[in-house]
Design a protein around this ligand. Structure first.
Ligand SMILES: [Zn+2]
Length: 362
């Protein structure tokens, strides 16, 4: 079989690799459907941020079941989204169900070879069924949508809540949609990228052009000087975190969702105002696939294509063979990108002809 192998920083090759090996005693062989490029993948590719090289990237993926263990709840041909984290059962945090904050887990596309390959073995417990009407490239968005949901569920939304999401990339766009689904009355989205803002405006969000004036001032004006109840830092820019803290109303809540790209000095006066406003700051990491059937992942699948839209966020759907050039383009920002999802399986490529599979301001 073939895979896109990241041999060393900046060197990605589409090449023959050995067949995948079973993972545990309830291993399912799947054909990869769609696999998304995460911001972290671009850093692994171009900035030497991988755990090890060589490595096959890919932790945001859908698949078609190929071979199942005896008495499986799945059958060949079933379509699934795959939870990329392999929890360590001996970890005390795993034992209380909090595997997202455990330390010894394994992870597809980061600590072990991932889904930028034709075939993969995955534990049956990591599979979430996805309906046949859901295109495989959309099902590859279940993971980032669950990461955004995991974060937004930490907020305690007051009645008639207002929110600000800073960063209109895929994760910010998903977070904004979840806030609306979860009951926020008004969700402002800020970015400097006109095209990403256009996507969010099309989805019905009031947008703030961060390149045109002070984002915090603009949001204050929009909220009669009060600020917003919930702010989400989803851009990874240190300055955005300061803005997220500043824009919060008294008793507001601030979510640190983006992994910051650099160090940050927080002015003493701002810290003092965090005390005076009694703000709550949250960190968030990963998502949860338990309790089975009622998890964040199940919620994503239920909302996908209804009130949770992923098509407008997908800007490119190359084949996996095109991965080397695509990653280079993304690293050097030669082309405008929003979400890139490789269409790996033949079905995934065929489905691209369905109406409305890929969208956004292209
Ligand atoms: Zn990711």
């Amino acid at each position: 079989m073939k895979a896109a192998v990241l041999e060393s920083p900046g060197v990605l090759t589409w090449t023959d690799v050995p067949e995948p090996k079973p993972v545990g005693d309830r291993s399912v062989l799947v054909r990869v459907g769609g696999v998304g490029v995460c911001g972290s993948d671009v850093l692994r590719f171009g900035r030497g941020k991988a755990y090890h090289y060589p490595l096959v990237l890919g932790h945001e993926f859908s698949a078609v079941v190929e071979e199942v263990p005896a008495d499986s709840r799945f059958s060949p041909g079933d379509r699934v989204a795959v939870f990329p984290l392999l929890a360590d059962p001996a970890d005390p945090m795993t034992q209380i169900g909090e595997y997202t904050v455990s330390s010894g887990y394994d992870y597809y596309g980061s600590r072990r070879d991932g889904a930028m390959a034709e075939l993969l073995h995955v534990p049956e417990a990591n599979l979430v069924p996805v309906g046949r009407q859901v295109p495989l490239v959309h099902a590859a968005m279940v993971e980032p949508a669950a990461v955004a949901l995991h974060a937004m569920l930490k907020f305690r939304l007051p009645a008639h809540a207002t929110a600000l999401v800073i960063g209109a990339g895929p994760i910010g766009a998903l977070a904004a949609q979840w806030l609306r689904i979860l009951g926020a009355s008004e969700v402002y989205v800020a970015d400097v990228d006109e095209r990403k803002l256009a996507v969010m405006a099309e989805l019905g969000f009031p947008v703030v052009d961060a390149s045109d004036g002070d984002t915090v001032e603009t949001v204050r004006e929009l909220t009669s000087g009060r600020g917003v109840d919930c702010t989400v830092e989803a851009s990874g820019l240190p300055v955005s975190l300061l803005q997220a803290i500043t824009a919060a109303a008294p008793l507001g809540q601030v979510m640190l969702l983006g992994d910051l790209s650099g160090d940050l000095t927080v002015p003493r006066a701002l810290v003092s105002s965090v005390l005076r406003r009694e703000l709550r700051l949250y960190g968030t990491w990963n998502s949860k696939i338990t309790p089975a059937g009622r998890s964040e992942w199940d919620m994503v699948v239920r909302h996908l294509g209804r009130d949770l839209q992923v098509a407008p966020l997908i800007s490119h759907t190359p084949t996996l063979e095109e991965a080397p050039g695509t990653f280079q383009d993304m690293l050097e920002r030669r082309t405008w990108y929003n979400k890139v999802v490789f269409a790996v399986a033949q079905e995934a490529r065929d489905e691209l002809a369905w109406p409305g599979v890929v969208g956004g301001a292209r």
